[in-house]
Design a protein around this ligand. Sequence first.
Ligand code: ACM
Length: 694
Amino acid sequence: MKVLDHLLPKPVTVTPRSGVLRITPTFTLGLKGDPGKRTLTGASRFLARLAGRTGIFLANPKPLVAPLPNDCSLVVRYQRPGNLALNEDESYQIEIGSNQAFLHAETDLGVLRGFETILQLLTADENGPFFPAVDITDEPRFPWRGLLMDCARHFQPLEVIKRNLDGMAAVKLNVLHWHLTDDQAFRVESKVFPRLHQDGTDGEYYTQEQIREIIAYADLRGIRVVPEFDLPGHTSSWVLGYPELASAPGPYHPETGFGVKDTVVNPAREETYAFLEAFFQEMAALFPDTYIHIGGDENNGKQWLANPEIQGFMRANNLSDPHSLQAYFNRRLHAILTKLNKKMVGWDEILDPDLPASTIVIQAWRNKESLWQAAKMGYKGILSHGYYLDLMQPTALHYQNDPLAEADQLTAEEQQLILGGEAAMWTEFISPETIDARIWPRAAAIAERLWSPAAHCTLEGLDDRLAMVSLRLEELGLTHIKNYPMMLRRLCGSMEIDALKTLVDLCEPVKNYERTIQCPEATIYSPLTRVVDAAPAEAQTARKFHKLVRAFLSTLEPDPKASAMSDKYENLHRAIKAQLSLWQQNHAALEPVIQSAPLLTEIQSLSADLARIAGLGLDLLTFWDKWQNNEPLNLDSAFYQKQKTAFAAAAKPRGQVELVVTGAIAELVEALWQMMMGDQSPPPSNATTEEEAI
Ligand code: ACM
């Protein structure tokens, strides 16, 4: 693949020129004008990464500033410091020639975006590293391109947030949505109400100094930090220290499990608003961004309906149901934030015609319709439905989810209100060790969807570009690749992980909210070190095998007996056979490992199932070869039945893990059977239980 095809997100225009700009020890980066801290530090990081990747000892490892020599290798110029706020100019232009390169931008934010593009252009041949000569012009399609990190369910140390901010910058995401409070914990230090973080955590929270450190770190990477304080539901951690905020008498205990809780703050007491005003005054001073997220999701209203005082308040104020009461609460919150010169973001539940539209952003998570509904009502909106990374969905699903697709029911003006979207990393089942692999590289695909022109966003080549980005994200300290074998070593209790890796490479965690359903006993203290935690969100080995099967089947002629003639057929046949043989033998190799690794017993039968279905695949290939040689097959419906039950058994999750290669092997087996047996196939079996399979 050519390096120009590796760019992610794809720029608006890429015009190749002839020639290359070689990187040698004399490479220099010159900053024109009076560079600010964002550009200076960004340029230093650029040079460090360039040196790190090429191994070249740069004579000038720091950027040069005025007066610049004429022959700087890369000349950077921008007009003004960017205002780190919604809708700021992030555009840039790159011109790379054989002797010199230029990066021009209106703001230093554009410079940072351009640095990332240039680093993606770095490649090498037998004469060493170089940038290809090229002209690039680029700007984002959407101004709000975020990543939500839930640091409430599982605390994420500063270095985890920092390395993910670096990853975000690498793919031009520009908003960290910092989910800081939830039922399980209150993670931000409040000097005004210290029992919030003291009673609301067991010691793991961000001090205000640490918050400022993260905000400064993000600022230098051109990333806004929008904090979320989830209200009025998701507040079990608030009421531990301040039970007077609650709508029910309690007593309250730390909430360690997951799912929607009843706890909700009391909107009928004036003291609640006095508390929240003092709290938000403190937070408004701590977080410089114009926007503050007030949550607003998943209030089941039970405690409001059970409290006579609140019921009286509702009657007195003509509030007919919990939604109207929450809208009242939100209006009060909105007035508080407005007084503090802040604008409000909330989950789609807060949508209500009585809330002033002009200063509110709706974050659509339950469905996409709420985004359009919000726009029709005049609200700005961002999309997160379809971008939930915790649901373990495939990259393609996230990537094809365009905030404006099917939005043609909206006027051009209403479409303008859709600001972009956010990938969401909820952490019920995510630890600092696993978070990177759940975010990357899938979030990079979402980043492209939000940055690049819609017409550029086609699945073609995406896998290759993501693989390249993924590799390069490692240089930022992200652990999404390296933690996988480490976790497998821990599971095996040994360095010998080959057999386990062969199996887990073909597995994915169960999708959507299945893990909570299958493992209801999980709490914030449950270990996140099992196979399900190590398994890739998207099993590339299984996907590659599926492509191999599809390619093989596509080589088959209308008269399948003619197929064996082509080299392509032979190669694919051989590759599939080799893969299936490895998988068939893997269980025997894994069994002794499992004997001394109790954590692996939960996937023991999954391993046996892999051997069985791989064996069936091999059997079918053998029959297929015989059939092509006109040898007798002796196949009957009993064999067909055996095959059906084996695949049904293999498809069942164990240990909240699915053997996702099952579908590809089944597809191969089914297709070959149909071609050989045609009308002789019995009707599909309903037998699906494991007993029947054994
Ligand atoms: C949410 O996922 N409850 C916003």
